[in-house]
Ligand binder design. Structure first.
Ligand SMILES: [Mn+2]
Length: 225
């Protein structure tokens, strides 16, 4: 395969569809060509996804908790069009066996799409998981332990420091997903499943650090297929 085509699902700010530049830069650096996937009917999305080799679900607003059958307790910004886009894309990708990489909200909505639930606001008594945002530390946040049998174990040491820009997290893990990394306060920080890899941290903001080339790993597995 030449350079794989990776579709990044759009995010929405007021009336604009958008994507942060750092996702595109990190995927291009990992060897991908990138296109932006915009909200439209599931039929149209299915047609478009016939032309892509992988899907990146980036960070974004909170997932509407009605998708995991809970009232809204602490979910803040919600964008209905973007929830629908991500959920439809995950369903189509699983049918078509297209590899998905989820980042932050991307990890969370994969878990919701497959039937899991979220913690709507992580208690701050042990670790503040929005620490990178508050401290503007960018590359640093907290440590995670890598699960030995996981896809990430070949790439990382047993414990690595990652950034942390989230106030929600996986609560009940969906069937079909397994845990790749956990923080010291027990938050699920990375998961894998069939054609799925996802992290709660932001690897696209850590590309200066050679240790965090997880997007390179993902793109290389697509090229090898
Ligand atoms: Mn975290």
């Amino acid at each position: 395969m030449n350079k794989p085509v990776i579709a990044i699902t759009a995010r929405m700010t007021e009336l604009r569809y958008d994507v942060n530049q750092d996702y595109v830069d990190a995927l291009k650096n990992a060897g991908a060509r990138c296109v932006l996937l915009l909200p439209q009917s599931k039929e149209e999305l299915s047609t478009l996804l016939s032309f892509v080799d992988g899907i990146c679900l980036p960070g974004g607003y909170d997932v509407d908790p009605s998708y995991y059958h809970q009232p809204n307790l602490h979910s803040e910004l919600i964008e209905a069009q973007i929830d629908r886009l991500d959920l439809d894309v995950i369903e189509i990708a699983q049918e078509k066996k297209i590899p998905i990489f989820g980042i932050c909200r991307g990890l969370q909505i994969i878990n919701v799409a497959l039937g899991g639930s979220l913690i709507q606001d992580i208690p701050k008594d042990i670790l503040d998981h929005n620490i990178s945002f508050k401290n503007k530390t960018k590359d640093r946040g907290h440590f995670v332990s890598i699960v030995k049998e996981s896809k990430l174990h070949s790439l990382f040491k047993e414990e690595i420091e990652v950034n942390s820009y989230h106030h929600q997290a996986i609560d009940r893990l969906a069937d079909g997903l397994t845990i790749c990394a956990v923080s010291s306060d027990g938050i699920i920080e990375a998961i894998e499943g069939e054609n799925i890899l996802a992290v709660q941290w932001h690897p696209e903001r850590m590309t200066q650090d050679g240790v965090f080339n997880i997007l390179d790993l993902w793109i290389s597995t697509i090229i090898q297929k």
